[in-house]
Design a protein around this ligand. Structure first.
Ligand SMILES: O=C(CO)[C@@H](O)[C@H](O)COP(=O)(O)O
Ligand SMILES: [Fe+2]
Length: 222
């Protein structure tokens, strides 16, 4: 499974988003963090902006919804042109119905877990989604340190996906950097979100290549 690098534009310059999307044209997706100040204590951007970013981005959008009532809002992001729409398991009322609706609209469907949410209650849902997002910081802000205690969950999720014979991507989001990405890849993740590591680098494009190379070689350890 190829290692995908999805820079988070939460660490980009919000006054220059088109320029900063252009700076990551060698990424696999651009990760877009949508926060509503209810599910998390921060407020970022919404549907009209995502719709416009989808039109100008050189790479597809990977939308991470940190919002209450995703059942109501998530399909709109698929309609706005997001290639992937991820909602939180803790917030969804009817996750199977929602995942099916996102796929019907042509998006990849993702299910996200906060660091303290175990994966086991959601294993039966994995057949309904394209990606599991394991948060490795408390959602809400960029630039936090990676929580090492989430690594066993990544490992258990990857094993369960393999046992079930599913083709589900495992995405990790929060504190991904050159210092942490090999451990995360070794645990079984194949999609890596990195905000501050990419946009804080002198060359975001070179940082993407470096992260991808580290993740790919760590995956090949197996
Ligand atoms: O969803 C979130 C934060 O809630 C992330 O996508 C962050 O934007 C990642 O930032 P870094 O930890 O890579 O700086
Ligand atoms: Fe995110």
């Amino acid at each position: 499974m190829a290692a995908l690098i999805n820079p988070s534009i939460l660490s980009a310059d919000f006054a220059n988003l088109e320029r900063d999307l252009g700076a990551i044209a060698n990424a696999d997706y651009a990760h877009v963090d949508v926060m509503d100040n209810h599910f998390v204590p921060n407020l970022t951007l919404g549907l009209p902006l995502v719709e416009r970013l989808a039109q100008v981005s050189p790479v597809p959008l990977d939308v991470h919804l940190m919002i209450e009532d995703p059942d109501r809002w998530a399909p709109g992001f698929a309609e706005a042109g997001a290639a992937s729409v991820t909602f939180h398991a803790e917030a969804a009322q009817a996750p199977v119905r929602l995942a099916r609706e996102l796929r019907r609209l042509g998006a990849r469907a993702g299910l996200a877990l906060r660091p303290a949410t175990p994966v086991e209650p959601f294993l039966d849902l994995l057949a309904e989604v394209d990606m599991l997002l394991v948060m490795t910081v408390e959602p809400g802000f960029g630039g936090q340190s990676f929580i090492d205690g989430t690594l066993p969950k990544i490992r258990r999720a990857r094993a369960a996906i393999a046992d079930a014979g599913l083709d589900v991507w495992v995405q990790v989001d929060g504190g991904v950097s050159r210092q942490t990405i090999e451990r995360i890849a070794d645990a079984g993740a194949n999609v890596f979100v990195a905000g501050s590591a990419v946009y804080g680098a002198d060359s975001p494009a070179a940082e993407i290549d470096a992260l991808r190379a580290l993740a790919t070689s760590a995956q090949h350890v197996h």
